[in-house]
Design a protein around this ligand. Structure first.
Ligand code: CO
Length: 210
């Protein structure tokens, strides 16, 4: 059997197991999704949003990219965020990074990765904002892990800088923004940063005509 054929076979088994547990499962989901959470995570295959949070289809709206970035010119991310906040009306947005992130580690090198450089540039900027704090950490792996945490924090702040989030905060007192980091070595998620709805951000980034 080819590797991809196994995926299709496993899918059949999964679907019939779901139906045997709950005959209405697919009927219900086919008509409506009402997730409470938007998850912005890393594309890394070892960090599957549903599995590590014990959630079912329909519970988390998911966007993933390399190093869980919130880039202001990323139409893909902005579309997902707008849809989740304004149409699905999610109550929480979670940016979840992970220790040992290859994207974060790559951003700390001088290696030329071609087109990927343009994406990693955003993480290099996070490093530059926090250079002093990071360079006090001599151990290479520990420094990369600290950058993972600071990157998650910066991406949560990038969410708060969007008019999408500021407008929802002003009119609906949601979503609550969370920065989490998942540990590949123990499977545990550590909350590292949060911004409840209405958190004051730097004046420079606040819009007044929401
Ligand atoms: Co990663």
């Amino acid at each position: 059997m080819k590797s991809y054929e196994k995926l299709l076979l496993e899918n059949r088994a999964w679907a019939s197991e779901k139906v045997s547990e709950d005959p209405d499962f697919f009927n219900r989901l086919a008509h409506l999704q009402t997730p409470e959470f938007l998850w912005i995570g890393c594309s890394d295959s070892r960090v599957p949003a549903n599995e590590i949070t014990g959630t079912q289809p329909g519970e988390i709206f998911v966007h993933r990219n390399v190093a869980n970035m919130v880039v202001h010119t990323d139409l893909n991310l902005l579309t997902v965020l707008d849809y989740a906040v304004n149409h699905l009306k999610v109550k929480h947005v979670i940016v979840c990074g992970h220790y040992g992130c290859g994207g974060v580690k790559a951003s700390m090198t001088k290696h030329n990765f071609g087109i990927i450089n343009k994406w990693l540039r955003n993480i290099k900027d996070v490093y530059r904002f926090h250079r002093e704090e990071l360079e006090e950490i001599k151990d290479e792996e520990a420094r990369a892990d600290k950058l993972v945490e600071l990157n998650v924090q910066e991406q949560v702040m990038n969410l708060a800088k969007t008019s999408i989030v500021q407008k929802a905060w002003a009119h609906h007192q949601r979503p609550h923004l969370h920065g989490w980091v998942y540990g590949l070595k123990d499977g545990i998620i550590k909350p590292v940063f949060e911004m409840p709805a209405g958190t004051h951000i730097d004046d420079l980034y606040e819009f007044d005509d929401l």
